[in-house]
Ligand binder design. Sequence first.
Ligand code: G6P
Length: 611
Amino acid sequence: MCGIVGYIGFRDAYPIIIKGLHRLEYRGYDSAGVSLFDKELKVYKKAGKVSDLENFVKDTDLGGTIGMGHTRWATHGAPSDRNSHPHSSGNRKLTIIHNGIIENYGIIKETLSNKGHIFKSDTDTEVLIHLVEDIQEETGLDLRESVRVALTKVVGAYAIVIMSADEPDLLIAARKGSPMVIGVGKGEYFIASDATPIVEYTKNVIYLNDNEVAYLRREDLLIKNIDNTVQTPYIHELDLQLEMLEKGGFDHFMLKEIYEQPRSIRDCMRGRIYPQEGKVQLGGIKEYTEKLKNIDRIIIVACGTSWHAGLVGEYLIEEYARVPVEVEYASEFRYRNPIISEKDLVIAISQSGETADTMAAIELAKEKGATIFGVCNVVGASIPRTTHAGVYTHAGPEIGVASTKAFTAQVTVLTLMAFYIAQQRGTITQSKLIEYLTELDSIPELVERALKSTDHIKEIAERFKDSTNCLFLGRGSSFPVALEGALKLKEISYIHAEGYPAAEMKHGPIALIDDDMPVVFIATKDSSYEKVISNIQEVKARKGHVIAIVTEGDTEVKGMADFVIEIPQTDQAFVPLLATIPLQLLAYHIAVMRGCNVDQPRNLAKSVTVE
Ligand code: G6P
């Protein structure tokens, strides 16, 4: 979490930085700040959103062709002006911005305090810049060396940028465990937590690796490892268009991203399915085909929405590829002593490709000899660079903090993986594969149709917008869809919502049902349809209000539910891709009607790079 931007070149730095911070606001938005150099080192910072910072600085001198900015998601120290970044050294000659956590900041702070350092904030970050200053003063080392030596003394995760009043033509950037991209222009360089602030200026980027320190001047860039050996960076070309980062006429990024799903699912399948031949091709994991024939078990690790996608994946992989699957919260998996062998395949799912817990789970599984595949959206992020192989979701940048199109793209990739593994292991016939892939190929059009219910969903939203609780129920692979529907609603509307397997309702949640309680059922026509109907009746008998997602043309559920939302008929395997759509729209409209900031819900961040 936290977004960082830096610039050194010939243009005014401030407009580039502030625009970049708006793009990175999904990473945190409780306070923001900038540091610029123009004759002197200036720092402006403010609690609140990036727009609050803009208002705060509007009458100030914002000149300078070198600078950096930060948008914060608080870890150490409450969101406030004084805890905002940049932080300064005691002599005010150095400033720093930081994304991550310095875990041993307490002990360093104590040592420095005993030496007379006075701290102005409660943050771990301020300690690091004082440490650099202290090393400079104690050892006489130059700034570059002092930063490098300081970094060898800290434990934790960081992406940092440092500026100095004494060396105003230099930006120092470093990373360990938090993302950092350097944009390479002509006579200018850009730094950012991801490529979105950079793409309009240059498509040439370097993804800084862990334990690397970059020294950027207008005319050159030097990258060294923390042990002081010079590195030769690889320059990647970005495949990212500016329009992908704009709202394109929609009121919110979330709504735009919901409506992008026919396209994003199509992009995700492009070149990967051949319905007429009954073939799935996944180039990213091709070299592991033999391995897939012999694996004993698949463990899926992920967090949040990606974990829900993993649960859908479990149903699909077990059903079609007949391999046992376990789905684990990465944050729990990493702190157990899991039994993992070389015959296990671990699939790490992550939209951002940066989630700290998922990264740690990968490291653990790697140490134990498992093969690791990634299912990520952000190209070049840390997870796809750590895993042995993987499949990108190609959903395009997702900016709304609540994940929508990334979820359906993850489910699509897992569906492809299930069929791919089934194909390799011979657990599916060619004719069945032709049938499934033909149906899968039509899913983008069916999603398009599901999106047409939006007006009806708005009416339902109007009816339930003031609810305080909501239950989401489903069975089979619709259970994770229920979890995802509940998560969407609570994330953006702050209504307490819970997802449950429909049959489990009787073991607890049924106690909550009264004439105030909306209950959303996924009641599509599949093998558990009759059972779900019984559950609907149980809710109705207790005066609950039923909103049911049903298959087009259904009459039975229509007769008993208060509201129904139809989705097109499809094979049971693909219901999650369709049933998710109305739940996203329901959460969106309710949140808008409640006046919530749907793109930036309180306390959340899109990329969770801390534990
Ligand atoms: C945060 C986001 C969620 C996301 C989760 C996992 O909580 O707000 O939308 O599902 O992190 O992120 P990842 O990038 O690993 O999918």
